[in-house]
Design a binder for this molecule. Structure first.
Ligand code: GNR
Ligand code: NI
Length: 161
């Protein structure tokens, strides 16, 4: 187990698009363990591999109240999204900045587990917010990219102050 360094803005590596995972081997299992340890230590409720400078489609999450429900999603894809909700988001890669972001309320995601088996998960509320936030990271998108130009500029100014 190891705690990994988390990239923060304005690091351009956060804009990298992740590649599909093709090898379901021991190094993938090791990566997900290290990502979970890093997420819990931060502390955060989700972490995308992009944030630890690994540009593969790997996400870990735990949105449970007691932080005792780790989830690992490999090659996740949202296949249905409906409704809308607004939630005040933060991000370990954008420390100290919080802003309301509008996203889908319900979604269905397909993903592989670390053995390569496919699953489907229906999500709403905070879990759906977190899934959309993490899948954005895999595409090189951070939550500030959902804000108006003015709000994004104000956030960047605060971040760099
Ligand atoms: O820890 C986190 N909290 C959070 C709160 C609201 C919406 C999204 C998140 S994810 C964030 C951890 C993180 O940066 N994941 O990429
Ligand atoms: Ni984030």
């Amino acid at each position: 187990m190891a705690i990994l360094d988390i990239l923060t803005l304005p690091d351009p590596k956060l804009k990298t698009k992740a590649q599909r995972v093709t090898d379901f081997d021991g190094s993938l299992a090791q990566l997900t363990e290290d990502m979970l340890e890093t997420m819990y230590a931060a502390p955060g409720i989700g972490l995308a591999a992009t944030q630890v400078d690994v540009h593969q489609k790997v996400v870990v999450m735990d949105v449970s109240e007691d932080s005792d429900t780790p989830m690992v999603f490999i090659n996740p894809e949202i296949i249905e999204a409906t409704g809308s909700q607004t939630y005040e988001e933060g991000c370990l890669s954008v420390p100290g900045i919080y802003a309301k972001v509008k996203r889908a309320e319900q979604l269905v995601m397909k993903y592989q587990d670390i053995a390569g088996e496919w699953h489907e998960l229906s999500a709403d509320g905070l879990l759906a917010v977190c899934i959309q936030h993490e899948l954005d990271h895999l595409q090189g998108i951070v939550f500030l990219d959902h804000l108006s130009t003015l709000k994004r500029k104000m956030a960047m100014k605060k971040l760099l102050a």
